[in-house]
Design a protein around this ligand. Sequence first.
Ligand code: GTP
Length: 204
Amino acid sequence: MSGMRVDVKVVMLGKESVGKTSLVERYVHHRFLVGPYQNTIGAAFVAKQIQVGEKCITLGIWDTAGSERYEAMSRMYYRGARAAVVCYDLTDKRSFERASFWVKELKTNEELCQIYLCGTKKDLIANDRHLRQIDYHDAQDFAEEIGAQHFETSSKTGNNIDELFQKIGEDYMSSEMELMPAEEPGVDLNQKKNSYFYSCCLSN
Ligand SMILES: Nc1nc2c(ncn2[C@@H]2O[C@H](COP(=O)(O)OP(=O)(O)OP(=O)(O)O)[C@@H](O)[C@H]2O)c(=O)[nH]1
């Protein structure tokens, strides 16, 4: 195990302008960029180390372009992802339809990828609830149906963003634990887990 590096590939998917880049900016750089909207071209990558209990892991986040023009490229970026944050804008019904498209893609092609359905721009509906176009319970029902986690976030205020990525890290570590070999006679499982995570931390 020594020298092993734990990296979780995370991919951001969703219609253009739903706020994928803003979500990553808020999470990694703790800021919300104002000014003219600039669409992502291709994809951008950023890595962030996080602590999950006593363990540290590195999330490698791919922020894809939402424009349908880049759809084929975005497909390339979800290959091998262990987590996908499928974003929709809480004030844009069509973005929810586009989210269903990405869910279908992932379900068909990436069995191991855990889906996180994320309703963005919550601050806008907090200011004016008539702007909400996707009912919380409808999104929650959809998430349950597809076996996904569901979050509503705001990159402007930072609401629920750390929680989203932390959950990704926790779920990843839990799934890794399940893949670990069965307990050996005479070896304390907690001791074994600790040494495993210690070697992961050393390698980061
Ligand atoms: N009020 C508010 N505006 C947001 C929020 N997140 C993003 N926006 C705005 O929505 C617009 C699009 O945000 P981006 O983060 O660039 O969207 P994107 O999904 O990365 O877009 P593409 O690169 O085209 O796929 C920008 O003008 C952002 O300022 C949010 O949480 N609240």
